[in-house]
Design a protein around this ligand. Structure first.
Ligand SMILES: N[C@@H](CCC(=O)N[C@@H](CS)C(=O)NCC(=O)O)C(=O)O
Length: 204
């Protein structure tokens, strides 16, 4: 299988962590996609131009971190990502949704900051900054939830990659005022698959 990624994409990182967590390294090769340029040779392969994108063993393509994580998780052994039982489903959907919402907002904020200065929107930056502050403070109050501290699951994977990505935003230090979240992140970041998917650890 071929997994198309970029070095810094937190969504791609989620799928790269899962490849390692499931021991699929010998079956999945990583390929750097050229994103965000006109006429990239990547576009005929993945029509949206986004990463992650997985070309499966039968040649079919799969877009998006959720679908790719689910597919990888189904390939070998018992599922690793713990699924909620029906009674937990609503609260787990809320945790999952708020982790994704944090990551989506940080991605917009980061992209705005790496634009040339005269193309940046202070309004968007301010909006995303405020959203991130609100969501991170919400997470500080919720991070003790058993779903975030029990067996590995998609909400943990998303939140961990989002918190790591937040540290890429220069001058944005979310940890001092949120000790519980910072401690949770410290534990998450000890997973070997996390260190192995550090953007700078990508040699290719
Ligand atoms: N919802 C998607 C988001 C993927 C996404 O936004 N990827 C970014 C990189 S972080 C991308 O490929 N951007 C290229 C572009 O916008 O053309 C997922 O979960 O995979």
């Amino acid at each position: 299988m071929k997994l198309y990624i970029t070095a810094g994409s937190p969504y791609a990182r989620m799928t790269r962590m899962l490849v390692i967590e499931k021991g699929l390294q010998s079956r999945v090769s990583e390929h750097i996609a050229q994103t965000r340029v006109a006429d990239s040779p990547y576009y005929p392969l993945s029509v949206s131009g986004r990463v992650p994108y997985l070309v499966c063993e039968d040649g079919e393509g799969l877009e998006g971190s959720v679908a790719i994580c689910d597919h990888l998780d189904s390939l070998v052994g018992a599922p690793l990502l713990t699924r909620p039982v029906p009674l937990q489903a609503r609260v787990v959907a809320q945790l999952d949704g708020r982790a994704t919402s944090l990551l989506d907002g940080l991605a917009v904020w980061f992209r705005e900051l790496v634009r040339p200065a005269d193309e940046r929107s202070p309004t968007v930056i301010e909006h995303e900054h405020r959203r991130a502050e609100r969501l991170l403070s919400w997470w500080e109050t919720q991070i003790a939830h058993p779903w975030m501290n029990g067996p590995f699951n998609h909400a943990q994977l998303t939140l961990g990659c989002a918190l790591a990505f937040a540290l890429k935003i220069r001058g944005f230090e979310w940890r001092p005022d949120r000790p519980a979240l910072a401690a949770w992140f410290e534990t998450f970041s000890r997973r070997p698959s996390f260190a192995a998917t550090e953007p700078l650890a990508l040699k290719k």
